[in-house]
Design a protein around this ligand. Structure first.
Ligand SMILES: [Zn+2]
Length: 215
C-alpha cells in the first residue's frame, strides 16, 4: 500500500491545498469545502474556503453570507480584467449552480473538483470530469467524508440531514466510513494528521467504491 506521505507528496499542489482549506472550514464549524485558482503551471494563485457560517468580523463582503462558498471566495481574489482562460478553479466538491455560473461568467478555463455533488449524482452526473488522475479516488472519499461530517455537525433537530441520507444510497462506502469515524469534529488540527490517522480506511473505502463503479 502506498503510504499517506508518498501519496500526499505526489498529489498536485491544488489538491493538497483544497483539502487543507476544507479541513480548516470543518474544524471552524463551517461547511467543509475548499477551493483554489491555479495558473497554467499548477501553482496556486488564489484560494478560499466556505465562510457562509463564519460569525463575527471577517474577510471580505461575502463573509457570513449565503454567497460565501469556497469557489466564490477564491474567484473573488481575481481582479477585473485578469485573463481567467488559462486558470483552473479547483474545489473539494462539485461546484453548485451559483459557483459554476460564476466560473463560466468570469471565463475560467477549467473547473476540477474532487467529489461529486450527491444531488448532481442523482441527476445522472457521475463526477468523472473531476477526477483527472488515477489515485485521486482517495482524495474524493476524504473530501466527501469531511463534507458529510460538516453537514451533520451543523444540522439541528433529531432528523438526519438529507445530504447524508442521500449519500447512504449514492456513496455507500464513503458514508459507512463517515459513520465509523469518531463523533463530532476531528481533533486533529492539521488535515495531514487527520488523513494519516484514517489513511487505511480511506484507501479501503476508495477501493470498494472503485469496485462498485466498475461493475
Ligand atoms: Zn457554490
Amino acid at each position: 500500500m502506498e503510504s499517506f506521505e508518498d501519496e500526499w507528496a505526489a498529489a498536485p499542489e491544488a489538491v493538497r491545498r483544497v483539502l487543507v482549506l476544507a479541513h480548516e472550514a470543518l474544524t471552524a464549524g463551517g461547511l467543509a469545502v475548499g477551493s483554489v485558482l491555479t495558473g497554467a503551471d499548477g501553482s496556486v494563485l488564489a484560494e478560499g474556503r466556505n465562510r457562509a457560517y463564519d460569525d463575527g468580523p471577517g474577510r471580505g463582503p461575502l463573509h457570513g453570507t449565503p454567497l460565501a462558498h469556497a469557489e466564490m471566495n477564491a474567484l473573488g481574489s481575481a481582479r477585473t480584467g485578469c485573463d481567467m482562460s488559462a486558470l483552473t478553479l479547483w474545489s473539494t466538491q462539485e461546484p453548485c449552480s451559483m459557483c459554476a455560473a460564476a466560473a463560466a461568467f468570469t471565463g475560467v478555463g477549467t473547473v476540477r473538483y474532487l467529489a461529486p455533488d450527491p444531488w448532481a449524482l442523482a441527476s445522472g452526473n457521475d463526477g468523472s470530469s473531476g477526477v483527472p488522475h488515477t489515485g485521486m479516488q482517495t482524495w474524493l472519499v476524504a473530501a466527501n467524508v469531511m463534507f458529510l461530517r460538516s453537514v451533520l455537525v451543523k444540522a439541528h433537530g433529531p432528523d438526519e440531514p438529507t445530504t447524508l441520507t442521500r449519500c447512504r444510497e449514492l456513496e455507500p462506502e464513503t458514508t459507512a466510513l463517515h459513520d465509523a469515524l469518531p463523533a463530532g469534529l476531528p481533533t486533529e488540527t492539521a488535515v495531514e494528521t487527520w488523513l494519516a490517522a484514517h489513511w487505511a480506511a480511506l484507501r479501503e473505502a476508495a477501493a470498494l467504491r472503485d469496485r462498485r463503479l466498475a461493475r
